[in-house]
Structures are given as structure tokens and as C-alpha cells.
Write a protein that binds this ligand. Structure first.
Ligand code: EPU
Length: 426
């Protein structure tokens, strides 16, 4: 299993380019199965998750080629109606296959995903979307079993206790585009990744209004055609580089970052005293001292993203003063805290909230990555810590960051990947 070994204390400087957005690529890859002809999708990040999704599409019968950030999907041989436990367990986003299975093949048997390291993560809203379109849905032996018995457009509210759901919006949208009649999704997610999915579906011939608002109106069509499309840049990867530049008191230019998709993050950085501006098509982030303390609460877009919470906590561990972080999307998404504390951070937890008392220095330590964003946050912390931070289980980071160590090396970080041989057991 690979580790990342970081010697902290190097100011980051120079330029870095963000890859395509993982959370836009995953539903768009699945949506390629809605068409009858092949799609060519550019700017697909080469990640464990996108490779895994390519495997999922192949397992369902599609022909998939993935090279140099370009993915070709030929859905003409898509024929399998089962996504087994082993597939969905490894990657929750596999549940997106419900939509093409039920609309194009007439039935779906998809394993329920279960919980994960960041919390319970129910899928009741995905099922609500499916039922609102008239599908016959049953839960049997840990599987969702759905049949297309004359599905028809309907109206559905996709707001749960923690706000709108990105995944349920994507799944319901993908089902509605091939379902006869008009579907209205209220409480729809407004995330840029949903807007990107709408862009792809419309290019394929779908009729959708309201992308980027909380009401989506879809007029079902009888078929879709494959097209060429390019995925938007990854706003969370961009934000992670912002945090890395700021924590090392560096000066970096991040290419591909779109400021209008990062407003809540940029506002918070301004409050923390970090210089950030759009310059010649890229974003410059510079900081010449420890950040000021700042409090925030995670919210659905355009609020502060939960996927940036851990990386910002790393930064606030070194701030001057006390910050309060409230996590409203995944109230248990604080597993990184115990590792930060091992690095000398002062963080106390109460339900859904972390109080971070800034300290002058973090100290490098062996630490364990527990999920994707937690591992990115440990990298951010390690870049500024005294001495060496040795991050174990970095396969989590490889799920969502393309060549992270190479990109950081390009900015002057002292980071290397080390392969640890598997222990030999007697
Ligand atoms: N929720 C329900 N019922 C549902 C679905 C969601 O109550 O049926 C709740 C969730 O428990 C959560 C909230 O609604 O409290 C929002 O969850 P959402 O469905 O929006 O999350 P998701 O679609 O499963 C995506 C991203 C996550 C990101 C969240 C929130 C993908 C593949 N994943 O997950 O990304 O944190 O939206 O923005 O798009 C990551 O990249 O590290 C990651 C975890």
C-alpha cells in the first residue's frame, strides 16, 4: 500500500493546473449509457473512481476506452441489469446506473450502498425520484429492484433533512430525460456538477430547463444520441490547492479554477487574510503570514462545500485565534480531527461541530487517511508541519486527486510516494 511522505516547511510557488471534476465525470460517464450511439468525453480525470466507473460500465456490457483523459463509451452493447454488492460497496456513485438500467433496459437490480467513513448516507431520495416517475420499486435482500412499468413524468421534491441531494438530483434527472411526459424536480441540487450533467444531457438531445436553480423541468424524449463533451474543471481540487498555497505562506497560480464556482471558499479565504484574485485566466493565491481565524458552516451549493471542510480545518489549525466549523451535510465528517490532534492541533468536537484553537506550529507525524477529503487535508497539514508527515492508506486520495504528489512537487513541495511492501504473515 502506498504512503505519501512529506517534509513540511517549503513555501509553495509556481503554477498548477486542475484536472476535470470527479463528481461531474461520474454521473456523465453513467449518462453515456442513456444514448444509443457512442460518446467521447474529454477532460475525464484519471482517478481510481473514474477507472472504477469505467469498469462498472464494462461490467454492464458497454465498450469503454479510457486514455489521456478521453473516455469513449459505446453503449450499443449495454445489456446487464444487475449492479452487485461488490460493485456498489467499492464506489457509492455506482448507484447512478439505476437510471440507464431502468429507462433503457426496463429493469434494474442494484445493491444498496450502505454507510461509509463520512456517515450514514441514505438513498431514500434516489428511491423517491424513481417512484415519482411511476417505477415499480422494491427492496429485496439488500438490493433495489426496480421495473419500468409504463413510467411517466411526475413531480418530486428532492430535499432531505440536510438540504438537496446531488446524487438523487442526478439520478432522477437521468431517469426523467427518457421518461415520457413532463417531470418537475423541486429542491434540486444547484451544484456546478449538476449543471455540467445537464449540459451533457442537453447536448445528447434531452429537454431540460432550470439548471442551476432549485426547479428542473424535463420533457421526456424517446431517444438520445452520443456526443463529444468536455468535463468542467474540479473546483474541489482547485480549492485544495488554494489551501495548500495559503498554509505554506506561498504564492501560486491555479489554472482552470473557476472563481464563480468557488465564491464561498474565496470569501472565506479573504476573511482569513489570504490574497486571492483572478489574473490572466488563472487564480493567484498568496499569503504572507498565518491566516486569521474564521468560522463557517458547510451547506449545499452555493454555500461552503463539505468537500472543502477538512482542508480548511487544516489551515485554521494554524490560525491566529479560535474558529468554529459546523458540518451540516455530513455531521460525522470529522474523522480527520483525531489525526490533526496527533500532529499537535487543538480541536474539540461536539455533535456536528468542531472548535479549532489555532496553534503556532503543527508537528509531522505518521497519520492515517480515512477518506478522500480527510487525506487531502492531511497532505495540506503536512506541507506546513515541522518535520516529516507520513500518510498511510493514500489510496483514498487517489480516488479523487490526479497525480497529487507530482502537482505539488511542481509547486516546490517536498513530497514523495513510497510503496510499502505488504507484510508477510506466518
Ligand atoms: N441524503 C439523504 N437521502 C438521500 C441522499 C442524500 O438524506 O437519498 C442526504 C445525505 O446524507 C447528505 C445530504 O443529503 O446529508 C447530501 O448528500 P448528497 O446526496 O448531495 O451527496 P452525494 O450525492 O452522495 C455528492 C458527492 C460528495 C459530496 C456530496 C455533497 C459525488 C460522487 N459525491 O455525494 O463528494 O460530499 O455530494 O456535496 O458527487 C467527495 O468527493 O469527497 C464526496 C464525498
Amino acid at each position: 500500500m502506498d504512503r505519501l511522505v512529506i517534509e513540511g516547511g517549503y513555501r509553495l510557488h509556481g503554477e498548477v493546473t486542475v484536472s476535470g471534476a470527479k463528481n461531474a465525470a461520474l454521473p456523465i460517464m453513467t449518462a453515456a449509457l442513456l444514448a444509443e450511439t457512442p460518446s467521447i468525453i474529454h477532460n475525464v480525470p484519471d482517478l481510481r473512481d473514474t477507472r472504477m466507473m469505467a469498469e462498472v460500465l464494462r461490467a454492464l456490457g458497454a465498450k469503454v476506452e479510457f486514455e489521456n483523459s478521453t473516455l469513449k463509451v459505446d453503449p450499443s452493447t449495454f445489456s446487464i441489469t444487475e449492479a452487485p454488492y461488490d460493485m456498489v460497496r467499492k464506489m457509492r456513485a455506482s448507484v447512478y446506473v439505476l437510471a440507464p438500467m431502468v429507462t433503457r433496459l426496463g429493469e434494474a437490480r442494484v445493491s444498496l450502498p450502505g454507510g461509509c467513513a463520512i456517515g450514514a448516507r441514505p438513498i431514500d431520495l434516489h428511491l423517491r425520484g424513481l417512484e415519482s416517475l411511476g417505477a415499480d420499486v422494491k427492496l429485496e435482500h439488500g438490493y433495489i429492484v426496480a421495473r419500468n412499468e409504463k413510467m411517466q413524468g411526475g413531480e418530486v421534491l428532492l430535499t432531505g433533512p440536510n438540504g438537496s441531494s446531488v446524487g438523487a438530483t442526478a439520478n432522477t434527472l437521468m431517469m426523467a430525460v427518457l421518461t415520457p411526459g413532463t417531470t418537475t424536480i423541486r429542491g434540486a441540487a444547484k451544484e456546478p456538477e449538476i449543471i455540467d450533467l445537464v449540459g451533457y444531457l442537453k447536448a445528447m438531445g434531452a429537454q431540460i430547463d432550470g439548471a442551476g436553480t432549485s426547479t428542473l423541468k424535463i420533457e421526456g424524449v424517446s431517444k438520445l444520441k452520443g456526443v463529444k463533451y468536455s468535463i468542467i474543471p474540479d473546483r474541489i481540487e482547485a480549492g485544495t490547492f488554494f489551501a495548500a498555497a495559503a498554509i505554506t505562506e506561498g504564492d501560486c497560480r491555479v489554472h482552470g479554477a473557476k472563481l464563480d464556482q468557488l465564491e464561498s471558499v474565496i470569501d472565506k479565504m479573504g476573511e482569513m487574510g489570504v490574497y486571492i484574485s483572478a489574473e490572466n485566466g488563472s487564480v493567484r493565491v498568496a499569503c504572507d503570514g498565518p491566516p486569521r481565524a474564521a468560522s463557517f458552516r458547510t451547506l449545499p451549493y452555493p454555500g461552503f462545500p463539505t468537500d472543502m471542510q477538512a482542508q480548511f480545518m487544516a489551515l485554521l489549525c494554524l490560525a491566529d485565534g479560535q474558529s468554529v466549523i459546523t458540518e451540516t451535510i455530513y455531521p460525522d465528517r470529522f474523522i480527520h480531527v483525531s489525526e490533526f490532534v496527533r500532529m499537535g492541533a487543538k480541536v474539540t468536537l461536539s455533535p456536528g461541530q468542531a472548535i479549532v484553537q489555532g496553534v503556532p506550529k503543527l508537528s509531522g507525524a505518521p497519520v492515517m487517511a480515512s477518506d478522500l477529503r480527510a487525506s487531502a487535508a492531511l497532505v495540506v497539514a503536512g506541507l506546513a508541519a515541522d518535520g516529516v508527515t507520513d500518510i498511510h492508506r493514500v489510496y483514498h486520495i487517489d480516488r479523487g486527486y490526479e497525480r497529487i504528489e507530482e502537482k505539488l512537487q511542481g509547486l516546490g513541495a517536498n513530497i514523495r510516494r513510497v510503496q510499502t511492501p505488504r507484510p508477510v504473515m506466518d
